[in-house]
Design a protein around this ligand. Structure first.
Ligand code: NAP
Ligand code: ZN
Ligand code: ZN
Length: 349
């Protein structure tokens, strides 16, 4: 075991404290990544506060990780010391089921291993990227293209892939009307990526406070969902809606905005249910779907796509001792548009 620095939460209501955690010795196919940056995803908050399931404490969240390979196992072939790499929401899967064999490890039939808050095949409870180092199988590592800076690349490992994957799957393209609900970490990436794919984009935000940003990021239209007129004006108009909202919303109101054969894809993951009325779907053969991040191959494809189209998130870099404050700001939607922890600030703790 190797002891490394981390910032952990010690109970659901707790604040972050500097601590140390153990990383396993390298297996033959493992790489050791010296973490440079770690993004703050709303899922970190849902998970660490026990909203989704009971987790073990102390817990080190973080699944938007970028860094440098600093050691490689004896049988590693894909990466070398010094490579710029990323690690996202998964660090392992069964590797045998149909999904895994089809590069869709995020839909592993036997359950993939989350980067944090999961039991791994080595008998350890996984701990994430709010930490100085992580040991990961090379098969769950991706390469960061040279023209993407490591700080800005970090949020692509979750916010980027989680929006890229459904936009690709449901064919966001020229001629398609796409709405993005919620302009936070995922939402602002969805706007940028859908823009590069050529779709016509509408942002549906709670208010018009971020309208200028939304249009600058690439949206064609911007509406406030607090205004009931929005739902009348946009009724039955979208081919695809990506809901990124972290709270339970009146999903029937949003389904009413879909055109014939349109699909509303839920990527937001509130703990509370969102009941659907049958008639919200029947009348115009609408679909209500969900989507989970993306496979490793698709994550690499997304990174290369972002590099090619010069897409990167809007970030606010913080020090490790500012995580509590950043979480509070995420909870009140005061984030423009992703917090990224500079892990070098952990070294001095
Ligand atoms: P975030 O940065 O907090 O963004 C969420 C946005 O939702 C906010 O910026 C806000 O946008 C809107 N919102 C928040 N509370 C709302 C409310 N009560 N009513 C209406 N709108 C509200 O969060 P994120 O990191 O993008 O994550 C979003 C959700 O996706 C979380 O639930 C997260 O767990 C989930 N997630 C799922 C996956 C997956 O694989 N499916 C992956 C990553 C994250 P406006 O200010 O514009 O209204
Ligand atoms: Zn995430
Ligand atoms: Zn599998």
């Amino acid at each position: 075991m190797v002891t490394v620095k981390a910032h952990a939460i010690f109970n659901p209501e707790g604040s972050f404290q500097a601590t140390t955690i153990e990383r396993r010795e390298l297996e033959p196919n493992d790489v050791l990544v010296e973490i440079k940056y770690s993004g703050i995803c709303h899922s970190d908050i849902h998970t660490a506060r026990g909203e989704w399931w009971d987790v073990q404490y102390p817990l080190v969240p973080g699944h938007e990780i970028t860094g440098i390979v600093s050691q490689v196992g004896a049988k590693v072939t894909k990466y070398a010391i010094g490579d710029r790499v990323g690690v996202g929401c998964m660090v392992d899967s069964c590797r045998e089921c149909a999904s895994c064999r089809n590069d869709q490890e995020q839909y592993c039939h036997n359950g993939y291993t989350l980067t944090y808050a999961a039991n791994d095949r080595y008998g350890q409870y996984t701990q994430g990227g709010y930490s100085t180092h992580i040991v990961v199988s090379e098969d769950f590592v991706v390469r960061i293209p040279d023209n993407l800076p490591l700080d800005k690349a970090a949020p692509l490992l979750c916010a980027g892939i989680t929006t890229y994957s459904p936009l690709r799957h449901w064919n966001a393209a020229p001629g398609k009307k796409v709405a993005i609900v919620g302009l936070g970490g995922l939402g602002h990436m969805a706007v940028k990526i859908a823009r590069a794919m050529g779709a016509e984009i509408t942002v549906l935000s709670q208010t018009l406070n971020k309208k200028e940003d939304g249009l600058r990021l690439g949206a064609d239209h911007y509406y406030a969902t607090s205004n009931p007129e929005t739902f009348k004006e946009l009724a039955s108009s979208f081919d695809l809606i990506i809901n990124t909202v972290s709270a339970s919303i009146d999903i029937n109101a949003y389904l009413s905005l879909l055109a014939l054969d349109g699909t509303l894809v839920n990527v937001g993951a509130p703990a509370e249910p969102m009941p659907v009325n049958a008639f919200s779907l029947i009348g115009l053969r609408r679909s209500f779907a969900g989507s989970s991040m993306g496979g490793i191959r698709e994550t690499q494809e997304m990174l290369d796509f972002c590099a090619e189209h010069q897409i990167a998130p809007e970030i606010e870099v913080i020090a490790a001792n500012q995580i509590d404050e950043a979480w509070e700001r995420v909870l009140v939607s005061d984030v423009r548009y992703r917090f990224v922890i500079d892990i070098s600030t952990m070294q001095s703790n």
